[in-house]
Write a protein that binds this ligand. Sequence first.
Ligand SMILES: *Cc1c(COP(=O)(O)O)cnc(C)c1O
Length: 399
Amino acid sequence: MSGTDEAGFARDTALIRSGRASQFTQGIVNPPVYHASTCVFHTLEEFDARLKNPDSGLYYGRRGSPTIWALEDAMTAMEPGAAGTKLFPSGVAALAAAFLTVCKSGDHILIADTVYEPTRALAGGILKRMGVKAEFYDPLIGADIETFIRENTSAIFLESPGSLTFEVQDVPAICDVARARNITTIIDNTWATPLLFPALERGADISVQSLTKFIIGHSDALLGSVTANPALWPRLKQTALQLGQTAGPDDIFLALRGIRTLSLRMKRHGDTALKIAAALAGHRAVARVLCPGLPADPGHDLWLRDFSGCSSLFAIELSGGGRQNLAAMVDHLDLFGMGFSFGGFESLILPITPAAVRTATPWTGTAPVLRIHCGLEDADDLIADLMAGLDRFAQAAAL
Ligand SMILES: *Cc1c(COP(=O)(O)O)cnc(C)c1O
């Protein structure tokens, strides 16, 4: 985890200091949680001055409060090369705002085939109705993305590694092509966070995160962020104001709290994930481990080049059997709850069906696939739980 903040402090020090400017905290260690809609102006002169320059201080709750600004500042500080951040009530709301910042009717946009399913739904729903044509591309295409570009292509959307199947994209190569053609790149950076993948430094113009995952880190709130480079920041800010979506101060407080331990948690999540992924690769019920942190993974070299660590989340493709055999495994795990999301302290497991959410690069596997989020429990306890589950699966499926 490299990089320094504006004051020259190392990344981990910067995370502790971020979002805590004295105008937000008034000297208290943590930024206070302001519950605010209206703020009151004392004189006409003060009111007129604020009307003239709405960003010079408190205006109205939707335009921000010290609690909101504290997290926006912290998220901007976390992403080298960023000019600003806007917050949204969920990661999906943040994704929608990022597209609406860039796209207009008549545009063509390119989306990696392995994106988070709600991103695909957004493209086929609201964006399509707006007259934006989305085309899905092979996430491994690299610089050949050039061949997909049309005169009206306005955005290229990336997510690396891909949701569910964890293909690593050549983000710098794709972003270089986009920049040369004046096309905006948007990346969903939820898996890595800027700690493991500084998205704007790698070439993206706009970085989206579901703060619900690692930033909040405790499975107790939903929140999203969009962070932009200097060229896109004014448009992002305008779009966010017009959409009028706001994030609640109590949820923002949880994100600010999460940031203080983010680096420690990511390191532990990653170490545990690598250990578990390597262990599962040796089980006879596992055909393939989809985890770029493993040397055998096809994305490993790009991952080594561009990422500074492994996240908590990977998948395993089983070596046979069917969905009817899965209950033998997942119904009897002690430590892995079955549920959506990731990034929390507790481990999770999720049966997934990649074939249902791809169009450009069909998934041909027929055996069950499981996504695993490695929490903060003891790694050996987690391995024992999964190994026993895989033994039960192997028996049920007669592998
Ligand atoms: C969870 C997730 C989102 C959406 O976040 P919510 O806060 O649940 O709306 C977006 N992108 C990725 C990659 C995610 O995993």
